[in-house]
Design a protein around this ligand. Structure first.
Ligand code: UT7
Length: 345
């Protein structure tokens, strides 16, 4: 990354004594499965139609992983692309963090499976679960390891095979989600910028509005839990919608305030891709120009922890951002959880 002129705004990290080190995003990558599931196909599976899905959500199609393709397979492919972009070899990676709610199995972690798959022999590896907000949570955690000089190279991945926890008979949810993975490489680059701030929030009192009740220690898998369809994602859509708009706006304002930035200084906003109406409502409240808000949910639907990671990769590779541009990432998900990050490219 090239050297940049002095930052025209306050870097919030400086307040915490981290002046000596910055954390840059040196690589981006993503992978989506090749199988496309269209709205018309869904209308042959449940009582829905392309017009309803498109007008209520903005989604036209989503990607579905193959039966023999698990979350770690998607994650590893995105990771390899991010490493290539950063010109970093797998054995240089110190730490792998995977944000996911659809691990291959309860344990070991997807991160360990990715470590083996890509050959990152010396890397520590763990998963992090903050549902659709997981990628920003993982970015912040990864950044802390860089800033504290604990590690030099951190691979952060958001990856999901949501099709494995979707109730394909429930029209309220099955039209919304898709599979995919996105990854970034975090490194310290002297005299360049990168992740300026990441803020995170949570409200466990609303855990019930978006959850998968079965398969954990509360309701272990049994023939009863399977018969009661407890191993599928459940969502109160309207409640989730309201909270998503509020939380993403709050997170955006906090992140901007921490950096002494206003919304018109941001060149590209990358919101969690759950519903076009949520994105429009957030943009309107933040008074963000629509042409600065990136949307790709028409092609992928909601890919949870992978959503913003895939979008970031597409934004960067499309040439839409140039060195020095400011990006605002916004997420919201089950927990409830939310977050925002400001990146200077
Ligand atoms: O990543 C985590 C964050 N997730 C989200 O942020 C998702 C947030 N929620 C949403 O995006 C929206 O609430 C939904 C897209 C899930 C639903 O949109 P809505 O405008 O809130 O619709 P609704 O739930 O109020 O349902 C309106 C009607 C209902 O029919 P009745 O009860 O009014 O007769 C639903 O049964 O639409 C019906 N409906 C459908 N109709 C056709 C719900 N799903 C479908 C469908 N096709 N797929």
């Amino acid at each position: 990354m090239t050297d940049l002129p002095p930052v025209p705004f306050r870097n919030p990290r400086a307040r915490h004594g981290f002046k000596s080190r910055t954390c840059s995003v040196t690589g981006v990558g993503s992978y989506v499965p090749s199988r496309i599931l269209t709205n018309d196909e869904l209308s042959r599976m449940v009582d829905t139609n392309d017009e309803w899905i498109t007008t209520r959500t903005g989604i036209r199609e989503r990607r579905i992983a193959a039966a023999d393709e698990a979350t770690s397979d998607l994650a590893a492919k995105a990771a390899v692309r991010a490493l290539e972009f950063a010109n970093v070899t797998a054995d240089q990676v110190d730490l792998i963090i995977v944000a996911t709610i659809t691990p291959d199995m309860l344990f070991p972690s997807v991160a360990c499976l990715v470590q083996e798959r890509i050959g990152a022999r010396k890397a520590a590896a763990f998963d992090l679960e903050a549902a659709c907000s997981g990628f920003i949570y993982a970015l912040e955690v990864g950044q802390q390891f860089i800033m504290s000089h604990t590690y030099d190279t951190v691979l952060v991945i958001g990856a999901e095979k949501l099709s494995s926890i979707i109730d394909w008979t429930d029209r309220n949810t099955c039209v919304l989600f898709g599979d995919g993975a996105g990854a970034v490489v975090l490194q310290s680059r002297p005299r360049s910028h990168g992740l300026l701030t990441a803020c995170m929030g949570a409200d466990g009192s609303k855990a019930g509005i978006l959850c998968m009740p079965g398969g954990g220690s509360r309701i272990p898998a049994s023939s009863d839990s399977v018969a009661s369809r407890l191993h599928f994602l459940r969502m109160d859509g309207r409640e989730t919608f309201k909270n998503a708009v509020l939380a993403m706006c709050t997170a955006a304002n906090e992140a901007l305030q921490r950096c002494d930035l206003s919304i018109d200084q941001i060149q590209c906003i990358i919101p969690h891709q759950a519903n076009r109406r949520i994105i429009e409502a957030v943009a309107e409240r933040l008074q963000a120009p629509p042409d600065r808000v990136f949307v790709n949910l028409d092609r992928y639907g909601n890919t949870s922890a992978a959503s913003v990671a895939i979008a970031l990769d597409e934004v960067v590779r499309s040439g839409r951002v140039k060195t020095g541009d400011l990006l605002l990432l916004l997420v919201f998900g089950a927990g409830l959880t939310w977050g925002a990050a400001v990146i200077q490219w």
